[in-house]
Design a protein around this ligand. Structure first.
Ligand code: Q9C
Ligand code: ZN
Length: 603
């Protein structure tokens, strides 16, 4: 099985025994609600279900002091008044007689998940735990956190599995200052956190949560903080943060394992975060992380206090981990500029149907074009065929391509790869058929010697992006050319800073990726591009490849479209100045129309 789910009912035992408005949101129903929703969506059953053990005291000692562990051991025998008095010594913490047991199970769950992934039993997984961990420090509980589950898991992965580079992505809405302190001088663990900050006026009110805290000594540059100075951040902001901040750094770091401090108080409806990101956003974030570290992603629950939002978000993460397509992002794809004033409001969280409602046949996803239904795909418009197709092999390929296309547009399959001769002509036909069949908008990403069909309407229904080796040009907001990037660094910039912002901003119903003659992309680059293009159209991707008979490329692409991690990119090489110039030029040309290109960085 591909995905592990680690959970133990005992972790619902700890609860608040006295009045405390600050702490009452961290309650047992958080786990039971999320788990029930996974069961209802048929997702739990598709995971390898693991019951955690309690972490040993030696394992707790990877991060915590012996005195602190002893103190926690002692809480098992305290009465309510004593527990309350001890809790008062810490900021936003409550203890219960079961806390020590629960907290050791929470750490044990994270360790078991990491072991299952690093020993190859599964590709990835989620540990549903409480108490959470990321605020906990060497000798202090803090912010509902007792032991630092993720930090201990990282140290364990280093010590027991010999890992040298671990990325921790903390998408909880609070700053995981506990994790930051533990690894701040350690370059082997890269810690990324975004968090509600409001210029220091939001809990935990720390100067060191700001963007200028970047780590110390040898660890300088290995802490990345992205403080949100206003509430209301949504899908576009989170996606932009990943594309423009986290992922460029993460690819260069090249982690062997990704640990996610997966708090869902950053989702819409949460009383703590006051943010607007919808549940499917967390599926997209998960999908983006899965292109790193060979797909070895271990998510560990942190916060998340709106039971409905939490449960739906957890389902989206598990769907992405399982390799399922994730529903397209909703809402305007316009990030807040400078985290500043204005922006968009009025988006309220609606308790929707359960997360299994996403269907490729969903009428909202495939709107019919008004007017005539257009030609049927069952009868390809032979009159449109290019001369190059007047051969048996080409006709066979055409049949295959149209069959796949129909399967994707009708929702029978989510994606497909076809090897084909005359890729340019195939693309031409596939594009016209999609636009006249069911797709409102089609994104074409064309690599190699492929011309945009000259008579293609410039009506905003097709976004044509080619990477073909000539100079950068934006002939219209819907016709963009990029030179073929010369290095891995340049390729990554092109994909993260241009292709994906345009692709997500366009909200296509279908992505056509075409690798034509002389396409020149390295296999890992082509695989990464295909993997990332699963995001914008809810997984609906058709790849056409004009390849040498001996090439393995189509097989690699098929596995990636299925949800497998793309192969490693190899050593990182920075972008040459001419490639960076080309990107900056295109951003200048296009960012008025395509808001996802705007990089909102504080000066
Ligand atoms: N309204 C976690 O999410 N209270 N801990 C903040 C501001 C403490 C959050 C009060 C929040 C702790 C794991
Ligand atoms: Zn939180």
């Amino acid at each position: 099985m591909r995905t592990a789910l680690v959970y133990h009912e005992d972790m619902t035992a700890a609860r608040l025994l006295w009045e405390d408005p600050e702490c009452e949101i961290e309650r047992p129903e958080r786990l039971t609600a999320a788990l029930r929703r996974l069961q209802q969506g048929g997702l739990e059953q598709r995971c390898l279900q693991l019951a955690p053990r309690e972490a040993s005291e030696a394992e707790l000692g990877l991060v915590h002091s012996p005195e602190y562990v002893s103190l926690l051991r002692g809480t098992q025998a305290l009465d309510t008044q004593e527990l309350r008095a001890l809790s008062g010594q810490y900021d936003a913490v409550y203890f219960h007689p079961s806390t020590f047991h629960c907290a050791r199970l929470a750490v044990g769950a994270a360790l078991q998940l990491v072991d299952a992934v690093l020993m190859g039993a599964v590709h990835n997984g989620l540990a549903l735990v409480r108490p959470p961990g990321h605020h906990s420090q060497r000798a202090a509980a803090n912010g509902f956190c007792v032991f630092n589950n993720v930090a201990i898991a990282a140290r364990h992965a280093q010590q027991k599995h010999g890992l040298q580079r671990i990325l921790i992505v903390d998408w909880d809405v609070h700053h995981g200052q506990g994790i930051q302190y533990i690894f701040e001088d350690d370059p082997s663990v890269l810690y990324f956190s975004w968090h509600r900050y409001e210029h220091g006026r939001f809990w935990p009110y720390l100067r060191e949560s700001d963007a200028d805290a970047v780590g110390q000594g040898k660890g300088r540059g290995f802490t990345v903080n992205l403080p949100w100075n206003q509430v209301g951040m949504g899908n576009a902001d989170y996606l932009a943060a990943f594309l423009h901040v986290l992922l460029p750094v993460a690819f260069e770091f090249d982690p062997e394992l990704v640990l996610v401090s997966a708090g869902f108080d950053s989702a819409i409806g949460d009383p703590e975060g006051q943010m607007q990101a919808t549940p499917e956003c967390f599926g997209h974030l998960t999908q983006l992380l899965q292109v790193l570290a060979g797909g070895r992603v271990c998510a560990v629950l942190e916060g998340g206090y709106h039971l409905e939002s939490l449960s739906q978000s957890v389902c989206m993460v598990v769907r992405a981990l399982l390799g399922d397509p994730v529903p397209p992002l909703s809402g305007p794809m316009e990030p807040h500029r400078r985290y500043g004033v204005g922006g968009w409001g009025g988006w309220v969280f609606q308790a929707g149907p359960c997360c299994s409602c996403f269907s490729l046949q969903c009428p909202g996803v495939h709107p019919e074009r008004p007017g005539s239904p257009g030609p049927s795909l069952d009868q390809p418009p032979a009159a449109r065929l290019h001369e190059a197709l007047a051969q048996d092999t080409a006709f066979t390929a055409l049949g295959k391509v149209l069959h796949l296309l129909k399967g994707i547009l009708d929702g029978q399959v989510s994606s497909g790869v076809a090897t084909t001769p005359a890729a340019a002509a195939m693309l031409d036909v596939a594009l016209r058929c999609s636009l006249s069949h069911r797709a409102q908008r089609v994104l074409c990403v064309a690599v190699g010697q492929l011309d945009r069909p000259p008579d293609l309407a410039n009506d905003g229904r097709t976004l044509w992006l080619d990477i073909r080796g000539k100079e950068a040009a934006a002939l219209s907001p819907f016709h963009v050319s990029m030179p073929l990037p010369g290095t891995t660094g340049a390729f990554l910039s092109c994909v993260l800073a241009l292709v994906l912002p345009l692709a997500y901003g366009f909200r296509p119903d279908l992505v056509l990726m075409v690798l034509g003659p002389a396409q020149g992309l390295q296999e890992p680059h082509a695989a990464l591009l295909a993997a990332l293009l699963r995001g914008p159209a809810g997984g609906r991707v058709l790849v056409l490849v004009e390849q040498e008979p001996t090439s393995q490329l189509a097989g690699i692409l098929a596995r990636v479209l299925h949800g497998d991690a793309p192969p490693s990119l190899g050593p990182f090489s920075t972008a040459p100045p001419e490639d960076t110039q080309a990107l900056l030029y295109l951003r200048g040309q296009l960012e008025a129309q395509w808001k996802m290109l705007q990089v909102a960085a504080p000066s």
